[in-house]
Design a binder for this molecule. Structure first.
Ligand code: 8ID
Ligand code: ZN
Ligand code: ZN
Length: 350
């Protein structure tokens, strides 16, 4: 009952335009599965890809998307541990060599041969998507496929980033870009890990969501604050600043501010990747405050199953809105304007 043709969002060159059209359904290779994607989240990475923002070549023409949740409908002959009918998720790391120095140490995102969903291989903005069986996320059938979609990139990534920050229960973390897709879920993981949250973003809708829905203890509006560094420090009880900073914003400035308000011994974790951006930190303060600045890139297969387990236990609620796959362009327009609170999820049936 697998059709020969399917609906997909495709672009032929960076910069677009996006085309919603019918394309052929492909057959999985020996170590791959074919997943009937029911829902796919829209990550800002998908927009970076279409814009050609990053110094990393992409496949063209391309079907974007890497937060795809659906049902396995076909598999290659080498796939033994997934059955037809199982629920599975397509994430950013579509596949990796499983043999290199990094794969051997479970650092699959660092694999030089990693395949990236919706970037170097077609992703989840289509009804039938192929992924390497070793890497697809295993989803229990009691998990709703629409709500879990954002966990498949945003959730895994911020969960990993919070672990990389080394912040311990009771300590404070600043989430920069708190009202967006990654930021909103980051607050939930932070709370579940016993951390206290300072949310940084703009506007009343995001402020309300962070304080009333997501568990932030304070909100600093970067668009109206007269002195952001002072305001963030003042949001901690002793005025010395947050123990960790999770940067998920899509502009350069916050990456150059974090070192000024992070607490001595604090850790700054860079996750957002604004086009052409550079980190900047004063050497003097970085030294005498013993600051750590590091990057964090999605997560490995174990981070994936752990992040999903938090979700399955009901301690993570990601705010999301569902629209049809055909409406992706509208989602990108809102994303560009920075007006999305939480995540958009696409229903591939419409
Ligand atoms: O593995 C990774 N490192 C990884 C994984 C997934 C996504 C990295 N990312 C990257 C994306 O490519 C993107 O660059 O994380 C970034 C955020 O993705 P997103 O959460 O999907 O984007 P969004 O929903 O548009 O949210 C961005 C938020 O940042 C706020 C915006 O208002 C928006 O809510 N923001 C901006 I733009 N400037 C800000 C500032 N100066 C700011 N928030 C605080 N201060
Ligand atoms: Zn993503
Ligand atoms: Zn490898």
């Amino acid at each position: 009952q697998i059709p020969k043709m399917q609906w997909a969002q495709v672009f032929e060159k960076t910069g677009g335009p996006l085309e919603y059209k019918q394309i052929p359904v492909k057959q999985p290779g020996p170590d791959e599965v074919l997943i009937n994607i029911k829902f796919s989240g829209v990550c800002h990475t998908d927009l970076h890809a279409m814009n050609g923002d990053w110094p990393l070549a992409l496949k063209l023409p391309l079907v974007g998307g890497h937060e795809g949740a659906g049902v396995v409908v076909a598999k290659g002959e080498l796939v033994k541990d997934i059955e037809i009918g199982d629920h599975a998720g397509v994430k950013w790391i579509n596949g990796s060599c499983l043999a290199c120095d990094f794969c051997q140490q479970s650092d699959e995102p660092l694999c030089p041969h990693a395949l990236l969903s919706g970037y170097t291989v077609d992703g989840s903005f289509q009804q039938y998507c192929i992924a390497k069986a070793a890497h697809v996320a295993r989803l229990h059938k009691d998990i709703p496929l629409d709500a879990v979609a954002p966990v498949l990139c945003a959730g895994i990534t911020v969960y990993k980033g919070l672990k990389e920050s080394g912040a311990r229960p009771g300590q404070t973390v600043a989430i920069v870009g708190a009202g967006g897709g990654l930021g909103s879920i980051a607050q939930q993981y932070a709370r579940a890990m016993g951390l206290r949250v300072i949310a940084i973003d703009a506007g009343d809708e995001k402020k309300k969501m962070c304080l009333e829905q997501l568990g932030a203890e304070s909100f600093v509006d970067f668009s109206t604050s007269k002195d952001l560094v002072k305001d963030v420090k003042a949001a901690t009880e002793d005025g010395l600043g947050p123990h960790a900073v999770i940067l998920v914003a899509v502009t350069e400035k916050p990456f150059q501010q974090a070192a000024e308000y992070v607490r001595p011994r604090g850790v700054i974790v860079c996750i957002g990747m604004p086009a052409g951006a550079y980190l900047r930190a004063p050497v003097f303060e970085s030294v005498v405050k013993m600051i750590t600045i590091k990057g964090s890139y999605v997560g490995n297969r174990k981070d994936t199953s752990e992040a999903l387990d938090f979700y399955r236990r009901g301690v993570i609620k990601c705010p999301f809105k569902v629209v049809g796959l055909s409406e992706l362009k509208m989602v990108y327009d809102k994303m560009r304007a920075g007006t999305i609170a939480g995540r958009y999820v696409l229903d591939t049936s419409k």
